[in-house]
Design a protein around this ligand. Structure first.
Ligand SMILES: Nc1ncnc2c1ncn2[C@@H]1O[C@H](COP(=O)(O)OP(=O)(O)OP(=O)(O)O)[C@@H](O)[C@H]1O
Length: 296
């Protein structure tokens, strides 16, 4: 199966500073991928490398089997909605659709018109006069009507209120259900990702900390609570992702493929939010983190 996004040793430097380094991931088609991490972690950099707006400093990246900058055929396969829901303030909604039709060979005019109508947007309204939520919906419509195989969304809902956010995400999920579409979506809002994503990438400190199918990640990570213990005394196959201690008690989030036999531990399930926070925690010693694996 073609990988939607295949990166090997991918890195990007701005001046002397790495924005992204040693990024090795292989995401199969058909997923809604959540890309999450703290400010400055490198999310936009990775998405722009995938969209062809940036070129790598090191390593390689292919998107849907081709280099992101390989030309019009590649561009037609990938929709990109940038961080600030890019629209032209002076153009009307209808003019945006006409522009979309001119620029994109696979443009689905009927879909775009219907979606705008369903959203209750006035075709004669200038984008500059739309609310943030309406602008985001217009940008999503433009991205979807292009009929891409992959839609990349960089923090599409950051500026939206909870209701607009839910409507936006619902619209996205409907489109995913109706058409064969892979999505890579960056967000700080783990609750939104929890509802929509089946694949997760956590970036922190310019590096991928973990990547994999959400179901697998949740099945292989556990919370252990019990008498205080040094993390180095856990079995070798239990990789400590995060550790917290009181005088008497220790709580670990661990990753393991095997069963946990030690009766001293109460073993609990973790949520996606627990997982994200554990991997985002820069205080966790890197050598205790699980080695990054490419999961397919
Ligand atoms: N054009 C640029 N010139 C110099 N440094 C940059 C540039 N763009 C990004 N950076 C730096 O690269 C690092 C990663 O930035 P990036 O925008 O990819 O992070 P991010 O995870 O998307 O952050 P946020 O969540 O705040 O949007 C940051 O340290 C940032 O300051």
């Amino acid at each position: 199966m073609t990988s939607v996004l295949l990166a090997q040793g991918l890195g990007k430097k701005y001046g002397k500073r790495w924005a992204l380094r040693e990024c090795t991931i292989d995401i199969p088609a058909g997923h809604v991928v959540g890309l999450v991490g703290p400010n400055g972690a490198g999310k936009t950099t990775l998405l722009k490398l995938a969209g062809g707006q940036l070129t790598p400093t090191t390593g390689s990246i292919t998107v849907l089997g081709g280099p992101p900058t390989s030309g019009p055929a590649q561009l037609a396969k990938v929709g990109f909605v940038a961080q600030d829901t890019p629209t032209y303030a002076g153009l009307t909604v209808a003019e945006h659709l006409r522009l979309g039709a001119r620029l994109n060979p696979g443009w689905d005019a009927a879909f775009a018109r219907d979606r705008i109508e369903r959203l209750g947007l006035d075709p004669a309204q200038r984008a500059g006069k739309l609310s943030g939520g309406q602008r985001a919906q217009l940008a999503l419509t433009l991205g979807l009507a292009k009929r891409p195989e992959l839609l990349i969304l960089d923090e599409p809902v950051a500026a939206l209120d909870p209701l607009a956010r839910r409507e936006f995400m619902q619209g996205l999920m409907e489109a995913v259900a109706e058409h064969e579409l892979s999505v890579v979506l960056s967000s700080h809002l783990v609750s939104d990702l929890e509802r929509t994503c089946d694949y997760l990438i956590v970036l922190a400190g310019s590096r991928v900390q973990i990547a994999g199918e959400v179901e697998d990640l949740l099945a292989t990570h556990h919370r252990l609570t019990g008498p205080r213990r040094d993390p180095d005394r856990l079995p070798a196959d239990q990789h400590v992702v995060s550790a917290g201690h009181t005088d008497r008690q220790s709580t670990f989030i661990i990753r393991t493929e095997g069963p946990i036999h030690d009766p001293a531990w109460t073993v609990g399930q973790i949520t996606l939010e627990d997982l994200v926070l554990a991997y985002m925690d820069e205080r966790t010693p890197a050598h205790r983190r699980p080695a990054l694996e490419v999961q397919r």
